[in-house]
Design a protein around this ligand. Structure first.
Ligand SMILES: NC(=O)c1ccc[n+]([C@@H]2O[C@H](COP(=O)([O-])OP(=O)(O)OC[C@H]3O[C@@H](n4cnc5c(N)ncnc54)[C@H](O)[C@@H]3O)[C@@H](O)[C@H]2O)c1
Length: 263
């Protein structure tokens, strides 16, 4: 018996087998959860369908660009039908900032880039949580999990606009936790250390970020998508029953350091 047997979950953010969302999906599936997936655009459809089918050929797999309210409404309508009007977990593992925003200085950020990054990376959690709430409430509550990074709390060179979007996302987690708490819906963020994914590798100097954590984190290593999956399954399970509004660091302890290791 898995501890999430009989539960259902909806996963946003699988692009390929390296995606954090895929690590989370595997862990939730292994704990017994039935899953549905979304994909962003036709380009990713085939890969996401293939991965979803490798867990369960009956997984619903639906298109959703999180900047499109109609697509969001359609996803929750179809997921409600597939899962008998109920949902136990929502995984938001989605972020976007224009490539140029990582290359230059934050002070050069344009209004349009700022709006796009904040819309897709932070507002989308609000839109998805609102749409999921009736389905989660129908099951007596549930767990909303999003992904963030230390660059939302402190300056990480080159992270720039995405850091500001993560700060907004983390604040949204706290306000959503307060609004949805009376429905027994928990809302939490996992602040993961650098992971070599499509999004991760698009940050200039990413190998240096990984190396720096390995050299300076108390545990002297990086995390992987399996680690993130285990934590997500914990949050969705009985251990997470009274945890909400939290940003949980999963970074081999890196965030506690005030300076690097002495030579
Ligand atoms: N990789 C890291 O080092 C790291 C560390 C901490 C947090 N995170 C966060 O984890 C999350 C997942 O990223 P990842 O590293 O797995 O990379 P990834 O590239 O595998 O996943 C990013 C996902 O966001 C989706 N996405 C982007 N714009 C979208 C839109 N408009 N509509 C719908 N989906 C959209 C992409 O399709 C993709 O599936 C992100 O929020 C990222 O910021 C990543």
């Amino acid at each position: 018996m898995g501890q999430l047997d009989g539960q259902t979950g909806l996963i946003f953010g699988v692009a390929n087998k390296r995606s954090i969302a895929w690590g989370i999906a595997r862990a939730l599936h292994d704990a017994g959860m039935r899953l549905a997936f979304t994909y962003q655009g036709e380009r990713l459809e085939g890969t996401v369908r293939e991965l979803a089918a490798s867990l369960d050929p009956a997984c619903p797999v639906l298109p959703c660009d999180v900047s499109d309210d109609e697509q969001i409404a359609a996803v929750f309508r179809q997921v409600g039908e597939a899962f008998d009007g109920g949902l136990d977990a929502l995984v938001h593992s989605v972020a976007f900032a224009p490539k140029e925003s990582f290359a230059g200085l934050f002070v050069e950020t344009s209004r349009a880039d700022f709006a796009a990054a904040l819309d897709i990376s932070a507002y989308s959690l609000v839109a998805l949580a609102r749409a999921a709430a009736p389905l989660l409430e129908a099951r007596g509550g549930g767990s909303v999990i999003t992904m963030t990074y230390l660059g939302g709390e402190r300056v990480v060179p080159k992270y720039n606009l995405m850091g500001v979007a993560k700060a907004a996302l983390e604040s949204a987690v706290t306000y959503l936790a307060f609004d949805l708490g009376p429905k027994n819906i928990r809302v939490n963020a996992i602040s993961a250390g650098p992971v070599r994914t499509l999004a991760g590798r698009s940050i200039p100097g990413f190998p240096r970020m990984e190396e720096y954590v390995r050299e300076n984190a108390p545990l002297g290593r990086n995390v992987d998508i399996e680690d993130i999956g285990h934590l997500a399954a914990f949050l969705a399970g009985p251990g997470g029953r009274n945890i909400t509004g939290e940003v949980i660091h999963l970074d081999a302890g890196y965030h506690v350091m005030g300076m690097g290791r002495p030579e």
